[in-house]
Design a protein around this ligand. Structure first.
Ligand code: 13P
Ligand code: SF4
Length: 300
């Protein structure tokens, strides 16, 4: 493993490459990355980097977002099959159909979507800025897609808006349930429960805080509390434990794993850098249209 690490570092330096990793990646990948973060932080980083190559250790929509924001850079997704099941639940045709049904609505898409969906909507959002983005829309009516759980959480924060949710969900977060919350409270009554907004509404209603992955990291770091129950994909524990060696973290219920987030290994990163595979390519016309909704989000 030491050899692989060394080879990655040398190659990345030689090729002026930056390695970005999502908070759910496996430990070794998080450790070799130049930057680890949530979707919004990673989009921002991808936009501001002066590296020539971006190796994206995450899932396809994240690498695609980096490419949309950085057309002149080479963006590599080490495992080309690492998709997001939620992103696959909606396509451009569905958005066009809804546009006809709700002509007076603003269309807000979670970044967990393909470029073709981003190209059809008014603005994108991530779990950390969804409320801000929706609040900033002049329309009362908002079609929010694809995550019904994030939509429902946003609707609770903004009762003045009429949120029309799409019926998508994350198969990982959708598995959290209220019985897991009840048991966790019973076992650790002193701990705070932090959940991701992709969990079902009855679960987020019972939680103490609803936060993006990096929102959880920030909260745990700055909170005077010392025990937390975490309701998201288990990869987040790598940073939670590293950044808070004196605090205790328990997973909410059974261990939840996103199979696609766990595909990328150090070896994949090395091969990807060596052979410059798999480069994300998008038709320029599509990229340009998709960039409007992303740039709008970033400017907010
Ligand atoms: P974050 O932006 O909170 O990291 O979430 C991304 C994601 O895919 C959650 O399932
Ligand atoms: Fe997609 Fe869910 Fe995996 Fe996040 S955890 S990448 S939303 S399938």
């Amino acid at each position: 493993m030491e050899n692989t690490l060394e080879e990655i570092r040398t190659l990345a330096q030689k090729k002026r490459a930056v390695i970005l990793a999502h908070n759910y990646q496996v430990r070794e990948v998080q450790e070799i990355a130049d930057f680890v973060g949530d979707s919004l932080e990673l989009s921002r980083k991808a936009k501001s980097t002066d590296a020539e190559i971006i190796v994206f250790a995450g899932v396809r929509f994240m690498a695609e977002t980096a490419k949309i924001l950085n057309p002149e850079k080479k963006v590599l997704l080490p495992r080309s099959e690492a998709g997001c099941q939620m992103a696959e639940m909606v396509n451009a045709e569905a958005v066009r159909r809804l546009r006809k049904e709700y002509p007076d609505a603003a269309f807000v898409a979670y970044v967990n979507t393909d470029a073709e969906v981003k190209a059809e909507v008014d603005v994108c959002c991530t779990s950390s800025n969804a409320v801000r983005v929706v609040a900033a829309q002049p329309n009362k009516r908002i079609v929010f897609l694809p995550d019904r759980n994030l939509a429902s959480w946003v609707a609770r924060q903004l009762p003045e808006k009429e949120i029309i949710p799409y019926d998508g969900y994350c198969y990982v977060h959708n598995r959290f349930n209220v019985e897991e919350v009840r048991l966790a409270r019973e076992r650790h009554p002193e701990a705070e429960i932090l959940v991701h907004p992709e969990v079902p509404a009855p679960v987020s209603l019972l939680a103490d805080k609803v936060l993006s992955t990096s929102g959880m990291l920030e909260y745990a770091r700055t909170s005077p509390k010392s025990r937390f129950i975490i309701g998201t994909e288990e990869g987040i524990l790598v940073r939670l434990l590293k950044e808070n060696p004196k605090k205790a973290f328990f997973l909410l219920g059974s261990v939840k794993v996103c199979a696609n987030m766990k595909r990328t290994s150090l070896k994949d990163i090395l091969i990807s850098l060596k052979e410059e595979r798999h480069a994300v390519e998008l038709p320029e016309e599509l990229r340009k249209r998709a960039s409007l909704a992303l740039e709008k989000m970033i400017s907010l």
